[in-house]
Design a protein around this ligand. Structure first.
Ligand SMILES: [Zn+2]
Length: 390
């Protein structure tokens, strides 16, 4: 058990790995929610505690299984993003293989590896037990002020579930962030949404997360509207918080930092603020950073730990969303490999290799449209991958 403090509510709670575990017939759907994968984001854990207490106190019947799981139990009591390495950047084969090779030498590995191993064991247990659809949700908050939003890997299944909520959706996180829990779960082919509730220490972030988790239980058919009379209130709370920002966005650009860099955002930016080309945004190692393109600023960094300075996003049209859904359903990517400069990656059948010299005419957007995301650059070759689930 660990003790976690909330600056937002000036309170403390004690939790274990499971904040709540409600199991039913394995054939029914399941919802799995993580809170506090980042240790300085305790509001997810507090929100999950409220939802679990509410279910127990009101004896709400759940037609499926619901798991509320604590994230980084090493960093949460310290109120730090992580202890030794970011738990939301190590869900890659490279790091997971370290655990397979050296399952006993945990003492020498960063403490986050042990956290990852414990969480992975629970994910494996949940997937082995439950045969109905499983919806994974990862609760976060941001260092800057922000309206709530849903970051997802762009699959049609993720889109369909995310679009049930009156909250802006941000696609394409997998191309810019290496090793988040979201991408790992998507690789094992389950629906997985992130939910960013607002600023780390804002009371409203906890309210938004309570609303989001409760509505997820409703939309995944674990509870009915009759048993859940508060749902309109929760829907309204999210609608009000996202009055200005609606629709779907795509990440265009990330401003990357290295460890020990000195980075300072200029004050006053919040996610979804419009920015102009050449606008002054931050100071990095003594130099001014200006925007390379116009768009909207996203997740500007106002804390010392973290390696993503800021992102730039732009809105995605309804037409693009519909077109990409149709093209993916018809598996149009099979025509791509007939084009010069495009070949299948022999190491990974889900990946395509694009020779930029020969296939210069093929823009990244075409691959995005078909559900591929760029994973690697090797000299003049770009490697795009796609999951089974489109
Ligand atoms: Zn986070």
């Amino acid at each position: 058990m660990i003790k976690i403090q909330s600056k937002a509510t000036q309170s403390e709670i004690e939790v274990g790995r499971y904040i709540g575990k409600f199991e039913a017939d394995p054939k029914l759907p399941s919802v799995v929610v993580f809170g506090g994968i980042h240790g300085n984001e305790p509001s997810g854990v507090f929100a999950l505690q409220v939802v679990c207490d509410h279910i127990i106190k009101n004896e709400i019947k759940i037609n499926g299984s619901f798991y509320a799981i604590s994230g980084n139990m090493c960093a949460l009591p310290k109120g730090k993003r992580y202890c030794e390495t970011d738990l939301n950047r190590i869900w890659t084969h490279q790091h997971l293989d370290v655990l397979k090779v050296d399952p006993i030498g945990e003492d020498e590995l960063p403490s986050e590896y042990l956290q990852m191993k414990e969480i992975m064991n629970e994910i494996e247990y949940i997937i082995a037990r439950n045969k109905g659809p499983i919806y994974f949700i990862d609760l976060h908050t941001t260092s800057s002020q922000s309206c709530p939003f849903i970051p997802i890997n762009d699959t049609l299944a993720n889109r369909a579930f995310a679009m049930k909520f009156p909250v802006p959706i941000v696609l394409g996180i997998e191309e810019f962030i290496e090793g988040p829990l979201l991408s790992y779960i998507n690789e094992i082919d389950h629906v997985c949404l992130g939910f960013e509730g607002g600023q780390h220490d804002d009371k409203k972030s906890i309210q938004h997360q309570i609303a989001f988790v409760s509505l997820s239980l409703l939309y995944a058919n674990l509870i009915t509207k009759i048993e859940f009379p508060d749902y309109l209130e929760y829907l309204n709370a999210l609608q009000q918080a996202c009055k200005e920002e609606k629709g779907v966005y795509e990440i265009l650009y990330k401003y990357e930092l290295k460890q020990d860099d000195h980075f300072c955002m200029l004050p006053g930016f919040k996610s979804f603020d419009r920015i102009a080309k050449n606008q002054r945004l931050a100071e990095h190692n003594g130099k001014m950073v200006c925007s390379k393109e116009e768009g909207k600023i996203f997740m500007p960094l106002y804390q010392s730990q973290g390696e993503d300075g800021f992102f730039i996003i732009r809105s995605v049209s309804q037409f693009w969303l519909l077109l990409s859904a149709k093209l993916r359903q018809f598996r149009m990517e099979k025509f791509l490999i007939c084009l010069p400069g495009v070949s299948r990656d022999i190491k990974n059948p889900k990946a395509l290799r694009i020779d930029k010299n020969t296939a210069r005419f093929l823009a990244k957007e075409i691959f995005h449209l078909l559900g591929f995301r760029m994973k690697k650059k090797e000299n003049n070759v770009l490697i795009f991958t796609r999951r089974e689930r489109i």
